[in-house]
Write a protein that binds this ligand. Structure first.
Ligand SMILES: Cc1cc2nc3c(=O)[nH]c(=O)nc-3n(C[C@H](O)[C@H](O)[C@H](O)COP(=O)(O)OP(=O)(O)OC[C@H]3O[C@@H](n4cnc5c(N)ncnc54)[C@H](O)[C@@H]3O)c2cc1C
Length: 314
């Protein structure tokens, strides 16, 4: 049976919420080996065993902090792939995941596809959206191993409890890294991560001010949702760019997307088209967003959103 590797992305000693979905994707191809770069596999093994990971490997290189050395981290993942004989390496298509998976693919000279929404290990094909979500490309990987970043929330996490064994794998990787991360400024800390959220409520240009985003935040609190913004709202200074959804913002794929005062531009849809259910709130019954949504509410967001929050609180 084939073995599939998964890069276990973590932040602040916690597993990223989208990782179990990636494990579910990987399990379609065989047994799953998880690769951990922060040395805390022992701490993660119980929760990852719940999702079917049988082997969890601490990739260790003495004196190297992989969180600061992306080139060394990519090389370490590549060495893990070779040492454990996996036929594909998967990870979350997050900013960190995309960076490290690309570096690993480079070191392996392996085919790389990021932001995949489907993967078929029997036929070695993956799917990803192209042209702002207008087309879905089916790509055949002509070499193994291949490397694949999975769009967050494209796969549901599926509990599959197994015994998970931790292994330590020592490596020698180059230390003459061209890039060293010296500090990380977290934009929007304290806010829910848009790319990992199951529910997102987004404000468009008519929100009118950053103060008015509180309306959406109140509703988000009840729904355990993240708050997003259109580019028009960001460009108007109502929200930081870290909240922007779309072609030049974040790509999201929640179970529920509520757009408040969004016209439904192609560029916005490029970032949230794969949401399971889209709800639009717009005053204009002819707004393009209504043709692309599952549910539409014709109304003023300043009336509809507070009413929705009140109803949800009940
Ligand atoms: C290269 C490029 C990249 C881009 N990238 C992005 C991107 O990443 N993300 C993005 O969002 N955009 C992006 N854009 C911009 C995009 O084309 C649109 O201009 C933008 O998405 C429009 O934002 P909006 O829907 O908030 O505003 P508008 O287009 O102004 O639409 C506002 C909508 O709200 C409705 N409305 C008005 N008042 C109310 C109210 N009180 N209650 C309810 N509804 C109301 C109106 O009927 C209207 O339909 C990009 C554009 C380009 C050219």
């Amino acid at each position: 049976m084939s073995k599939i590797g998964v890069f276990i992305e973590t932040a602040d000693q916690a597993i990223k919420k989208s990782v179990p979905g990636v494990i579910a994707a990987a399990l379609r191809g065989g047994d799953v080996v998880g690769f951990v770069l922060d040395g805390l596999a022992e701490q993660y093994k119980e929760s990852l065993g719940e999702y079917g990971i049988t082997e969890l490997v601490n990739l260790v290189a003495s004196d190297i902090d992989f969180s600061k050395q992306p080139q060394a981290a990519g090389e370490a993942l590549a060495q893990g792939v070779k040492a454990f004989g996996v036929t594909a390496l998967l990870g979350v298509s997050s900013p960190t995941g995309n960076d490290l998976l690309a570096r690993a693919a480079m070191a392996l000279k392996a085919p790389l596809v990021l932001d995949c929404t489907d993967v078929n290990f029997q036929e070695n094909i993956v799917k990803k959206s192209h042209f702002s979500g207008k087309a879905i490309a089916t790509l055949e990987m002509e070499a193994t191993p291949f490397v694949c970043g999975i769009r967050p929330n494209s796969f549901d996490a599926i509990p599959k409890p197994v015994t998970c064994t931790v292994l330590n794998h020592s490596l020698t990787v180059s230390t003459d890294d061209a890039i060293t991360i010296t500090s990380v400024d977290k934009a929007g800390s304290g806010q829910k991560d848009l790319t990992e959220a199951n529910v997102i409520i987004t404000g468009g240009r008519p929100i009118g001010s950053s103060e008015n985003f509180k309306l959406l935040e109140e509703c988000a609190k009840v729904l355990d949702a993240a708050v997003g913004a259109s580019r028009a709202a960001v460009d108007s200074g109502y929200a930081p760019h870290s909240m922007q959804v779309g072609q030049t913002g974040k790509i999201v794929s929640p179970k529920l997307y509520i757009g408040c005062g969004l016209s439904g531009s192609v560029q916005h849809f490029a970032g949230m088209k794969t949401s399971n259910v889209i709800v639009a709130i717009n005053t204009d019954k002819d707004a393009p967003i209504f043709t692309k949504s599952d549910y539409g509410i014709i109304g003023d967001l300043f009336e509809v959103v507070p009413a929705l929050t009140k109803a949800l609180k009940k």
